[in-house]
Design a protein around this ligand. Structure first.
Ligand code: ADP
Ligand code: MG
Length: 342
């Protein structure tokens, strides 16, 4: 095993804009990378190039020192020791759980004790030992997904590629499956690349998140860093809750701004300063009688708290949380404890 390297990877299907445009990512051995971005941004194309189903137009894919693909050469998918889990996890309905999980071994001519041990190990990893003799129709959606994971584990792949594996499941089951994926990653030791358009899924699962838009890589960072220090409006708007405000900023404005600096921004409108964007998280917006005079635009009860949309004096919208309800249209002055310049 070794690290997986995407080096200036590009893919064009025709004359138009490339589907993947100059993407460079290094995933350490045993790492868990999420590829996050809206539908159509090129995530599946990246995954298919890693798997060997598409050839790069430019750039290269390496596993350690070994070149898996570039514009002139291709190692075929079956010689990459990778496994791919698709959104629809197509199990054979006439086979048992154990037979489904063991299918890739049968194809490779593995049988006997070795076969039985590998299948048992794979089923144990996804906690399906006691379901070995059931058929897919006798399983829940989450259990079927676990069979698909066992089937992919059974060949002991170096790299596991997952393309929106939870997209078809309901929310409750998705949360349960997120746990399974974390365990699965820890127990298999495989390097994983997980494609999703769901930012909370990406943040919950991965050790690193790569954000893509229109074929380009915008930022790659561990989840907490992506949340705290997003680069640019697209990433800032995609990751976590928050409001992006357009404000006039002094030339020397730091990236991370506190109330003492923000107070000036909201009280003095200096026509000489440049317009910039700041990201304000709702938990940093505090109700304070001496703060900016906002008004309540909408209020939503979330169980533990109320989520408010506030209108600033200039009409821009800010998000805040409150323990107490507030009337729509009422005055709700706030202090912004901290903000991040995008
Ligand atoms: P995502 O998985 O992020 O939704 P895709 O990688 O599937 O995005 O697609 C990225 C872009 O490439 C889209 O514009 C899509 O239409 C295009 N594309 C993907 N596969 C093909 C193909 N085989 N032929 C032509 N265009 C394709
Ligand atoms: Mg896709």
């Amino acid at each position: 095993m070794a690290k997986l390297i995407l080096n200036r990877l590009s893919k064009s299907f025709g004359d138009g804009k490339p589907a993947v445009d100059d993407v460079s990512v290094t995933i350490r051995e045993g790492g868990f990378l999420a590829l996050l971005g809206p539908s159509g941004c090129g995530k599946t194309t990246v995954l298919r190039m890693i798997a060997g189903f598409e050839q790069p137009t430019d750039g290269a894919i390496l596993l350690g020192e070994r070149v898996l693909a570039d514009a002139g050469s291709m190692v075929p998918p079956e010689r990459r020791n990778m496994a791919m889990v698709f959104q629809s996890y197509a199990l054979w309905p006439h086979m048992t759980v154990a037979e489904n999980a063991g299918y890739p071994l049968k194809v490779r001519g593995i049988s006997g004790e070795r076969y039985r041990r590998k299948v048992a190990d794979a089923l144990a990893t996804v906690r399906l030992e006691s379901y070995a003799e059931r058929r897919p129709s006798e399983l829940s959606g989450g259990q079927r997904q676990r069979v698909a994971l066992a089937r992919c584990l059974v060949t002991e792949p170096d790299v596991v590629l997952l393309d929106e594996p939870l997209a078809n499941l309901d929310r409750h089951l998705r949360q349960e499956m997120e746990e399974t994926f974390r365990e699965f990653h820890a127990m298999s030791g495989a390097t994983m690349v997980y494609v999703t358009h769901d930012q909370s899924e990406a943040m919950a699962l991965a050790t690193d998140v790569a954000v893509m838009s229109e074929g380009k890589l915008l930022q790659i960072a561990p989840p907490a860093e992506l949340y705290a220090r997003p680069e640019g409006k697209l990433v800032g708007g995609l990751v976590g809750q928050g409001a992006i405000l357009s404000v006039s900023l002094p030339d020397n404005a730091p990236r991370s701004m506190e109330w003492s600096q923000l107070q000036q921004v909201f009280t003095e409108t200096d026509s000489t300063s440049a317009i910039g964007d700041i990201l304000v998280r709702p938990q940093d917006v505090i109700h304070d009688a001496d703060g900016i005079p906002c008004r309540v635009a909408t209020i939503l009860y979330e169980g533990e708290r109320y989520a408010l949309r506030l209108t600033l004096p200039d009409g821009q919208v800010l998000r805040a949380y409150s323990r107490e309800p507030a009337a729509i249209g009422s005055l709700f002055p706030v202090v912004i404890r901290s903000a991040w310049r995008l």
